[in-house]
Write a protein that binds this ligand. Structure first.
Ligand code: ADP
Ligand code: MG
Length: 553
């Protein structure tokens, strides 16, 4: 009889809190396979508390045969196994995430093939007494069966195909700089989603087809040659009538910083991994951001080169978000007029005539986007259905018509050749100053305990603060929001964010840690976590109202 079953049956009828006595020991799970053990890392205080947390380790697995030398394959395999285990009916909670294939705490695979599954389990306890017999059935019969059938016994060919597909996407993304591209959209991709609340592909959608002038072919390690639209560096403007698929294309590019599950439709839609989706976000806090490129003066003598507010306007929030994205290292900006601040995007000829430049402190983005590309190597993809002034500054113009994409650059040049009388209001985008954040202001503790959790992708609970992250579009799920909070706490605890380093250096150090095992930077948190990008970590920090910046560099 397995020791865990014996122990649980002995505890039957005891006060619920005595479940805690199981904590910390590795219990061998006989039926799961050789070398399988379960450890309760965090107990459950009472039947209504969050579920207990268990690590299930598998020392011997058949996975090394799938070639796990490259981290991308380990991430992909872990994603495949987490999905397999989560899809099986069981009393266990396994976080498999959504359509993205991210490294998650729920499943990690090491190079030697060993694996750890981290799950939640509601310990049964009617009337606050231990139900040892039920718990024993779940933990010593169902859990080994789950591991046997849905982890160690998975279809290795399906696992390999999944890993190959993810590796192809990662390879494609890595090729972008060599090809002079910031994004690639494979022919046949399905960009629209099933609905606004369902991230799976839309059935019956019009598949993507590349305009001949932008068609690029790339060789992938597993799938071989693929063709699709290559979006070159520079300024790309997407035009078209309303409801013709412009925002859908841009959203697919936003998502292209991550790999997707095979069959997602965006399997081979990849974007520069530093891409930042920008939008207006009035009401947010801004802490000492140099928005001088966009704002030449502020009422009350505020210095735009050192701008703080507890309540930004649409235009200043988007200006700050742009500069913050550059500070965090974005090489590609993604902007959709649907969610942008109109007065930051453009000021047309007539408005220039009526309102003198002297009384308009905003330099519109249309006059800065060229300098970002030419002087800073930062590309932009913009959706603008309404402002023709962007045709003057575009390297290329894509038209979406009934979801079909064509290259209308030549025609746009002809249109742009006729002067409108509009004059440029700014020439160059200045270098941005980096901020040195104060560690004391990035405090995850509340009432003596660490408090880091997420409410969906809307709110990061961080210490005593609730950080509104609704406008950070590229957060994938709650686990990644939690991950950003834990990464911030780690940056302070590890001494990266030390009050001397500027934010870009802090993020460099953090990146190195985020590439390692999840347990290395989550500080023992029992939460389900997905690894965030540095850009989302920075975006969360930027929205933390407590943030203090003693110095600009
Ligand atoms: P726009 O930004 O041009 O106004 P959207 O991108 O919001 O248009 O798309 C409008 C609608 O068309 C959305 O409901 C979207 O899901 C759908 N859609 C987008 N692309 C496709 C496609 N390729 N096939 C079918 N439907 C699509
Ligand atoms: Mg739109």
């Amino acid at each position: 009889m397995p020791e865990l079953r014996e122990t649980l049956q002995r505890l039957d009828g005891a006060p619920y809190a005595r479940y805690r006595s199981l904590t910390g020991r590795a219990w061998p799970l006989g039926g799961g396979g050789e070398g399988v053990a379960a450890t309760m890392r965090h107990g459950q205080a009472d039947p209504y508390a969050p579920p207990s947390r268990w690590d299930v380790t598998c020392a011997r697995t058949p996975f090394a045969a799938l070639d796990l030398t490259r981290p991308v394959r380990r991430r992909a395999l872990a994603g495949f196994l987490a999905r397999s285990a989560a899809a099986a009916p069981s009393p266990f909670r396994i976080d498999a995430g959504g359509q993205e294939v991210l490294q998650r705490s729920s499943f990690e695979v090491a190079e030697d093939g060993s694996a750890v599954l981290r799950l939640g389990y509601h310990l049964p306890g009617p009337r606050r007494r231990i139900d040892g017999y039920d718990a024993a059935v779940d933990l010593t019969r169902d859990l080994p069966a789950l591991v046997r059938d849905h982890v160690l016994g998975v279809d290795l060919d399906a696992a390999r195909a999944f890993a190959d597909a993810v590796e192809d996407a990662a390879h494609l993304r890595a090729q972008l700089p060599r090809l002079g591209l910031v994004a690639f959209v494979a022919d046949g991709s399905v960009l629209p989603r099933a609905s606004g609340v369902d991230d799976r592909p839309m059935p019956g959608a019009v598949p993507f087809a590349s305009p001949p002038s932008l068609r690029v072919e790339v060789d992938l390690p597993h799938r071989g040659r693929v063709a699709g639209m290559g979006v070159p560096t520079g300024v790309t403007v997407v035009v078209g009538g309303g409801f013709h698929g412009k925002s859908t294309l841009l959203r697919a590019l936003e998502a292209g910083v991550h790999d997707h599950v095979p069959g997602d439709g965006r399997d081979l839609v990849v974007t520069d991994p530093s891409a930042a989706a920008l939008r207006a976000e009035d009401g947010r806090a801004v802490t000492r951001v140099d928005v001088g490129a966009f704002v030449t003066g502020l009422p009350g003598g505020l210095d735009p080169r050192d701008f703080s507010t507890a309540d930004a306007s649409g235009s200043t929030s988007q200006a700050a978000a742009t500069v913050e994205a550059l500070e965090a290292g974005a090489r590609l900006l993604l902007v959709d007029e649907d969610t942008a601040a109109t007065n930051l995007m453009v000021r047309d000829a007539r408005m220039q005539e009526l309102v003198a430049k002297a009384s308009e402190p905003l330099n519109p983005f249309v006059d800065l986007v060229r300098s970002l590309a030419d002087d800073h190597g930062v590309s932009t993809v913009l959706v603008v259905g309404s402002s023709g002034d962007y045709l003057d500054v575009a390297d290329r113009v894509l038209l979406l018509d009934s979801y079909r994409c064509s290259d209308v650059t030549a025609r746009a040049r002809e249109v742009a050749a006729r002067p409108t009388g509009r004059v440029a209001e700014a020439g160059t985008f200045p270098a941005v100053r980096a901020r040195v954040p104060a560690p004391g202001s990035v405090d995850a503790t509340a009432r003596g305990k660490r408090r880091v959790s997420a409410v969906g992708t809307d709110t990061l609970r961080f210490g005593e603060h609730d950080v509104d992250v609704r406008a950070v579009r590229q957060f994938t799920d709650a686990g990644q929001v939690t991950g950003a909070g834990l990464a911030l706490d780690h940056a302070v605890a590890a001494g990266h964010l030390d009050g001397r380093r500027a934010l870009p250096e802090v993020l460099d150090l953090l990146d190195a840690d985020l590439a390692g095992p999840v347990a290395g930077w989550t500080g023992g948190s029992p939460a389900d976590v997905a690894v965030p990008r540095r850009h989302e970590v920075a975006a969360a920090l930027n929205r933390l109202r407590a943030l203090r910046v003693p110095e600009l560099r």
